[in-house]
Design a protein around this ligand. Sequence first.
Ligand SMILES: C[S@@+](CC[C@H](N)C(=O)[O-])C[C@H]1O[C@@H](n2cnc3c(N)ncnc32)[C@H](O)[C@@H]1O
Length: 392
Amino acid sequence: MRKLQKGHDKRLIDLLSNVLYEIERYNISIEKAFVKTCSLKRCSKDSEERERLFQLTKEFIKNVIRLRCIYGDIGRKNLARIFLEGTWRDESSIEPWCIYSVPKWFYERLRELLGEEAHDLFRSIDKRVIWLRINILKASEEKIVRSLEEDGVILERDKDLWYLYKVIDSRKPLREIKAVKDFMAIPQDKASCLVVEALRPERNDKILDMSAAPGIKTSLIAMLTEDQAKIYALDISKKRLYIMKELLKKFGVKSSVDITLADGRYVPAREKIFDKTLIDAPCSSSGAIWKDPSIRLSLLKKNKIDYYSNIQKDLVREAIKMSRIIVYATCSLLPEEGELIVRSFKDQVVFERPLKKFSTGYSKYDPEGLFNRTFPHKDESEGFFISKMIVI
Ligand SMILES: C[S@@+](CC[C@H](N)C(=O)[O-])C[C@H]1O[C@@H](n2cnc3c(N)ncnc32)[C@H](O)[C@@H]1O
């Protein structure tokens, strides 16, 4: 870690403390908080310098809980200053949740669920694997892979999904890579693809995507069905649906998606029967703390889990009225947003384990092995809960 240098130290402290303020005040992602702060603080326009600042900010946000463990509840600027000085790294006599820089309750819950394995999970926190999905709606696989390799991206084909590649190395940030800028290769986590695999979408299926924006999974459904499934995509957020509309065009999805602004808990009456429904439910995103360190801070508000659990149950309840096959998934490591949600419908559905190759749910809540969970330390992916229900 760099030692603090006089001169640009004040600007850096301002930047870091402001990003932290934005995250804590508005509960937004690190990327949004950084862009907002950078526009106010006039960060360098140079893309390399900006990338360096972003990585430094990410490292800071990742360590906020740890720093507060050591130094108590001090102001954001002081926290940023101490972080930049770097001496805090020598502090080792703190509790594990402080070392992993996650909320205490979250650490304790995962220890309860996974035992010693929780340490492997938390230790994998800094080893994020980036996946690229080849988008054959835009070009052939061969052409896309060639374009990526010509741009200096070193790839390894995934052993499970033919359209997925692991990024081993890249000369430039992915957003500057031609195939990514042209939407021929889409950054999409492996677990997110597995959710769509669990749905097994087929040509001519009529599919409801209940919380669809910004449409990453919708576009994979379209790709796997060669744009031949009829997809009804709902979301409650107008802004996210707008982004989705634009993205689907860019992804080359042509005719198959009907987008509606609606609350999935009360689906508009006109389209009531579907072959399959995907519920990629809103959740705590605890399975994605590897991607976005701001989630560590949002998890401090534990009562948010109840808020999401209620919405999740309402979405499943509504889906059962309209569809025979339902895939319910969350990017969450918590059974309160996974096993416990779907099990509460056990009298109305039968469960079918979606993916034979992947881990089952937590043994305490899934003793029969009916569900799937993915984990960063096992699957090099985000932590997802995936279930499949057949309505009886
Ligand atoms: C996990 S994200 C979906 C990501 C999306 N499936 C994808 O792959 O790009 C959850 C989404 O649920 C939406 N949402 C939250 N409450 C909702 C509700 N009651 N009805 C429909 N959508 C809702 C949010 O706006 C958000 O876009």
